[in-house]
Design a protein around this ligand. Structure first.
Ligand code: SF4
Ligand code: SF4
Length: 318
């Protein structure tokens, strides 16, 4: 069996060899967790990836490593009454963030889900008679004899036109929780909260154990069970190391609020594309930002607030 030192020696030889592909693979194999890299190591990793992606996709690919800026805590607010369920945000996210778009099982990845649900009402009067049917909460019965219909949100729907009569829509994606259960369970600490509040993943260090997927209460994470399908012509060459750079088979991914844009004062792609302006994004530490003003003035709620995950993704209505 080879010792670590002999492996490192072999790695050093390979890095110096003329075989570029082998050198990249060995270098990546011994790469540290991004959180623990020095600035020089980050610069090396960035240059190596830019070389590899540019050769692979036949275009000049940049891998940004811009860090969180001081005085910034990113936050998101979505007007639940405005969403018309058009799913443009889903598609824009796929394109911006280099998500896999094959047709075989496991090859199609979408970070945003727009849940289509029956429009309902929830009045004080109904509260007095227990929870209304159709909210997925049982009143009476037991696990084997359900007392009411469980309403499940659908996210693969193909309507002729939106919004549909009697439907309401609830887009969900990573909530960038302040106390993220996904981070707590990751055995290799490859997913963590950056200082600007964004929960990120170092794909190179992910072992694909899926603990984070089980821990996330918002169904926000996806795993590449197959080799990602990313056509060369569709690949977005403007990437961030912790964001939309191409992923590999066996690693988990999710929304990162378009770090390649947001760390350069641009809106995430979903905010830009939404035709009804339902999506708002900004700095929670700036009291004059749009998102802070929404929190101060509108009716706001967080999904599954009772879990104390403290999402920085808020829903609101006028
Ligand atoms: S929504 Fe899920 S993946 Fe995102 S930070 Fe919270 S627990 Fe983690
Ligand atoms: S783009 Fe806007 S309106 Fe369309 S589904 Fe997404 S949030 Fe709703």
């Amino acid at each position: 069996m080879l010792s670590m030192s002999s492996l490192m020696g072999t790695a050093a030889l390979m890095v110096q060899s003329g075989d570029a592909k082998a050198a990249v693979e060995w270098a990546e194999h011994f790469q540290k967790n991004y959180r623990l890299m020095t600035a020089e190591e980050k610069a090396e990793a960035r240059a190596r990836l830019e070389r590899r992606y540019s050769a692979e996709y036949g275009k000049q690919v940049s891998v940004d490593t811009t860090e969180a800026q001081p005085g910034v805590l990113m936050g998101y607010a979505l007007n639940i009454r405005k969403c018309i369920g058009c799913r443009r945000c889903v598609k824009a996210c796929v394109e911006e963030n280099n998500q896999s778009r094959g047709n075989k099982p496991g090859e199609r990845i979408e970070w945003i889900q727009v849940l289509r649900m029956e429009r309902g009402e929830f009045s004080k009067d109904k509260m007095n008679h227990g929870y209304p049917e159709g909210l997925g909460i049982q009143v009476g019965g037991n696990a084997y004899t359900p007392a009411g219909a469980v309403l499940e949100g659908q996210y693969h729907y193909e309507p002729e036109a939106v919004p549909e009569k009697d439907a309401t829509y609830m887009p969900i994606a990573c909530m960038h929780c302040e106390k993220p259960p996904c981070v707590k369970v990751c055995p290799v600490r490859t997913t963590y909260r950056d200082p600007d509040g964004v929960v990120v993943i170092d794909y190179n260090w992910c072992i694909g154990c899926r603990m984070c997927m089980g821990a996330c209460p918002y169904w926000a994470r996806r795993i590449n069970v197959a080799n990602p399908v990313l056509p060369k012509e569709a690949m977005n060459p403007v990437t961030h190391y912790l964001g939309n750079r191409p992923r590999m088979r066996g690693v988990v991914e999710k929304c990162h609020w378009c770090l390649q844009r947001s760390r350069h004062s641009r809106y995430p792609a979903c905010v830009e594309v939404c035709p009804v302006g339902a999506r708002k994004f900004g700095n929670l530490l700036d009291p004059e930002s749009e998102v802070s003003l929404i929190l101060a003035r509108k009716n706001v709620f967080r999904l599954k607030a009772e879990l104390n995950t403290f999402p920085k993704f808020f829903y609101f209505y006028d």
